[in-house]
Design a protein around this ligand. Structure first.
Ligand code: 13P
Length: 253
């Protein structure tokens, strides 16, 4: 059975001491083999997080990266630097980066390719705004984000990349997509991935849902056929909540 993935996107939260305290609490959580767990602290705390997590079953991710290996790109971090810190994952094209920092599908494509080239697993984020959903163009937008984000990318197995469907209107708002809405879009994304890579690779690609995932709604979301995990913001900042997410229960209707 495909492993699920629960990833915590800490965003711009937690300084040095809070990072240390939260990681020490997370290290007490029992993690089962069927669920891969990743935390993505801010860049400046990745080094310490990497040391603290040594020997534990929690993987480390970054929230962004540049696509070049090195050079005159003030303020940027390269995939090689992340590899040096034993990061395994990197979030690419989060809607907050698209919204506040002007990231385009073209840029997410370069970053996704660079991450895979360096053996990092990109978590490519896609998702529509409320206006796009209300304008009935959500699928058109998501389809374009997937196709352009993965342009010219070759995959051997599908395990090289993760897609996160995060409807912008559900992020940090407490408004979750219903299980059906989330599953429908994840299924649609899988169809697009099948067109690009064939059924076998598309089936192997993990598709996460993100947007106000919390201990109350996680079981329902994780019980959906096309949802292979969650990308979590707010609820990843408390060990107790994150632990509950990792220990989701599949509920059969
Ligand atoms: P929230 O879980 O806080 O809604 O954030 C979701 C998100 O943006 C994860 O990347």
């Amino acid at each position: 059975m495909k492993q699920t993935l629960i990833a915590g996107n800490w965003k711009m939260n937690n300084g040095l001491s809070e990072t240390k305290a939260l990681i020490e609490d997370l290290k007490k959580i029992e993690i089962q083999d069927h669920c891969e767990v990743v935390i993505c602290p801010p860049f400046v705390n990745l080094g310490m997080a990497s040391q603290l997590l040594q020997g534990f079953n929690i993987k480390l991710g970054a929230q962004n990266m540049h696509y070049q290996d090195k050079g005159a790109y003030t303020g940027e971090i390269s995939p090689k630097m992340l590899k040096d810190l034993n990061a395994t994952h990197v979030i690419i094209g989060h809607s907050e980066r698209r919204q506040y920092f002007g990231e385009t599908n073209e840029l997410t494509n370069k970053k996704t390719g660079a991450a895979i080239g360096h053996g990092l697993r990109p978590i490519l984020c896609v998702g529509e705004t409320l206006a796009q959903r209300e304008g009935q163009i959500a699928k058109k937008i998501v389809r374009r984000q997937v196709i352009e984000g993965l342009k010219d990318i070759r995959l051997q197995s599908g395990e090289e990349v993760v897609i996160a469907y995060e409807p912008v209107w559900a992020i940090g708002t407490g408004k979750t997509a219903t299980n059906d809405e989330a599953n429908e879009m994840c299924e649609f994304i899988r169809q697009v991935l099948s067109e690009l890579f064939g059924d076998n690779i598309a089936d192997a690609i993990k598709i996460l849902y993100g947007g106000s995932v919390n201990p109350k709604n996680v079981d329902g979301l994780m019980s959906e056929k096309h949802i292979d995990g969650a990308l979590v913001g707010g609820a990843s900042l408390k060990a107790e909540d994150f632990s509950r997410l990792i220990h989701y229960q599949v509920v059969r209707p």
